[in-house]
Write a protein that binds this ligand. Structure first.
Ligand SMILES: Cc1cc2nc3c(=O)[nH]c(=O)nc-3n(C[C@H](O)[C@H](O)[C@H](O)COP(=O)(O)OP(=O)(O)OC[C@H]3O[C@@H](n4cnc5c(N)ncnc54)[C@H](O)[C@@H]3O)c2cc1C
Length: 379
C-alpha cells in the first residue's frame, strides 16, 4: 500500500536477452513469474527454485526476499547475476558482483529502498523435471525424521494442521536428464488442487470463521482429506500451487535447529485453544544466504509460516507467534505481516549497516521512502 506514488511496471515485461549457453537471462522488471516460467521453458531453461505462487512480478519477489523450499537453495535474489537500476537522481546504473558490488548486494533484495529495478539478469538452469511425493504423516513422525529429511530431500515442505497431530509432507526430488515417471492425471490434479486445496478449504475456513469452536474438528478432517500421491512434472508445475483462499500470514526465518523446538511450542500454544487457527502451518528449509537482507543470511534456515483466514476474528496470533520466533532470533519475511522496527531488525542482520550506508549514498533525500521503510530501515 502507498500513501503517495505507486509505480506500476507491468508494461515493462518479457525477456530482454537470453544466453542459452550460460543460462543467463535478462528479464524486464514487470514480468510476472507465471510468464517468466513459461518464457524460460520455451528456451529450455528454468528458475533454480521457486516459491509457492507465481502471480508476483520478478522484481516484487526479489525486493521482498522471496524463497522456496530446499536446504540446498538460497532465496530468489541469490539467483540474480546483475541488475539495471534507476537511482533517485535519475541515473540508470548496471551493477553486479564485479560492477558496483555494494549497490548490487543492496539492490538485489532492496525492499524498494535503493532504486527502481528495471531489468534483472538471472542465472537460470536447464529445464528439469521434479518427482513430487506427497504424503499425510503424523506430526511426531515428521519431527522424528526432520533432520534426515531436511538434508536428504532436494525440496522438503510440510503443512501441519494446528490443533491436530496431522501433517501433509511434500518431498520433491530433482530428476536428472532422461529420468521420468508417471504424470498426474488431469482429474486428480483438479480434485486435489482445485477442489480440496481451494474450494473445500474455502468452505471449511468460512465455517471455522462463523463457528470458531469447530476449528479443531474441521482441521482434523482437512488433515486427512488429502491422500498420498506421487507424480512427475516440470519443476515450475510442481513448485507452484494455486491459492484461492485469502489469508493473513506471518513467516519467520529461524535457525534450522530451532524448527523442532518451535513446533513443540506452537503445539503447546494451540493445545490451550485460546487462539483457534484453521489454516495449516507451512514449514520449509533453506541454505545459508549471502544476500545482505536475506532472511536466511548466514545460517541453515527453517521457515515457519502461520496463516489465518482473512475473515477470522482479530486475535493475538501475530503477537504471540512474534514473541515465540524472537526467542529464536527469528527474522520476519519482508513481504508478509510483522511488526518489527529498525531497532529490532538491525541486530538480526550482520550487514544491516552496510545496507543502510548504500541507501544513504544513493537516496540521501529519501525519494523512495514510505511508512514501511521508515519503520524497518529508519529515517
Ligand atoms: C498466496 C501467496 C503465497 C506466497 N508464497 C510465498 C513463498 O512461497 N515464498 C516467499 O518467500 N514468499 C511468498 N509470498 C510473498 C511474495 O513472494 C511477495 O513477497 C509478496 O507477495 C510481494 O510481492 P508482489 O508481487 O505483491 O510485490 P509488490 O507489492 O509489487 O512489491 C513488493 C515491494 O517490492 C518493491 N518492488 C517491487 N518492484 C520493484 C522494482 N521494480 N524495483 C524496486 N523495488 C520493487 C516495492 O517496495 C514493493 O512495495 C507469497 C505471497 C502470497 C500472496
Amino acid at each position: 500500500m502507498t500513501d503517495g506514488v505507486l509505480l506500476d511496471l507491468s508494461g515493462m515485461c518479457g525477456l530482454a536477452g537470453v544466453d542459452r549457453a550460460t543460462g543467463r537471462v535478462r528479464v524486464r522488471a514487470g514480468t510476472q513469474l507465471v510468464d517468466l516460467n513459461r518464457l524460460l521453458a520455451l528456451q529450455g531453461l528454468a528458475m533454480p527454485n521457486l516459491g509457492d505462487i507465481d502471480r508476483q512480478t520478478i522484481t516484487g519477489a526479489l525486493a521482498t526476499g522471496t524463497h522456496g523450499a530446499g536446504a540446498g537453495f538460497g532465496c530468489l535474489p541469490s539467483f540474480v547475476a546483475g541488475l539495471q537500476v534507476v537511482l533517485a537522481d535519475g541515473s540508470i546504473v548496471d551493477c553486479s558482483a564485479d560492477e558496483q558490488p555494494e549497490l548490487f548486494e543492496a539492490a538485489r533484495l532492496g525492499l524498494g529502498a535503493i532504486g527502481v529495478v528495471t531489468e534483472v539478469e538471472l542465472a537460470c538452469v536447464p529445464a528439469f523435471l521434479v518427482r513430487a511425493q506427497e504424503r499425510p504423516e503424523a506430526l511426531a513422525t515428521v519431527l522424528t525424521h526432520l533432520e534426515e529429511w531436511r538434508t536428504g530431500t532436494d525440496h522438503l515442505d510440510f503443512y501441519w494442521f494446528p490443533h491436530t497431530d496431522r501433517a501433509l509432507v511434500k518431498r520433491n526430488t530433482r530428476l536428472a536428464p532422461g529420468q521420468d515417471g508417471p504424470r498426474l492425471a488431469a482429474w486428480r490434479r483438479r480434485l486435489d488442487d482445485d477442489i480440496l486445496s481451494n474450494n473445500v478449504l474455502e468452505a471449511v475456513c468460512r465455517t471455522g470463521a462463523r463457528y470458531p469452536a469447530r476449528i479443531p474438528a474441521l482441521n482434523a478432517v482437512a488433515g486427512r482429506a488429502l491422500s498420498a500421491r506421487t507424480y512427475v512434472a516440470p519443476s515450475h508445475e510442481v513448485f507452484i500451487t494455486r491459492r484461492d483462499v485469502r489469508f493473513r500470514e506471518t513467516e519467520w526465518a529461524v535457525p534450522a535447529a530451532s524448527v523442532a523446538p518451535l513446533i513443540g511450542e506452537l503445539q503447546r500454544y494451540f493445545a490451550r485453544r485460546e487462539t483457534l487457527v484453521g489454516l495449516p502451518i507451512e514449514v520449509r528449509f533453506g541454505a545459508p544466504d549471502a544476500v545482505w537482507l536475506a532472511t536466511g543470511y548466514g545460517r541453515d534456515t527453517g521457515y515457519i509460516a502461520v496463516h489465518e483466514y482473512h475473515r477470522a476474528r482479530p486475535s493475538s496470533l501475530l503477537a504471540d507467534v512474534t514473541a515465540m520466533m524472537r526467542e529464536h532470533a527469528g527474522r520476519p519475511h519482508w513481504g508478509k505481516l510483522h511488526e518489527l522496527r529498525v531497532e529490532d531488525l538491525a541486530p538480526l542482520y550482520p550487514r544491516f549497516a552496510d545496507f543502510r550506508a548504500v541507501r544513504d549514498r544513493v537516496d540521501p533525500a529519501r525519494v523512495f521512502a514510505n511508512d514501511y521503510l521508515r519503520r524497518v530501515l529508519g529515517e
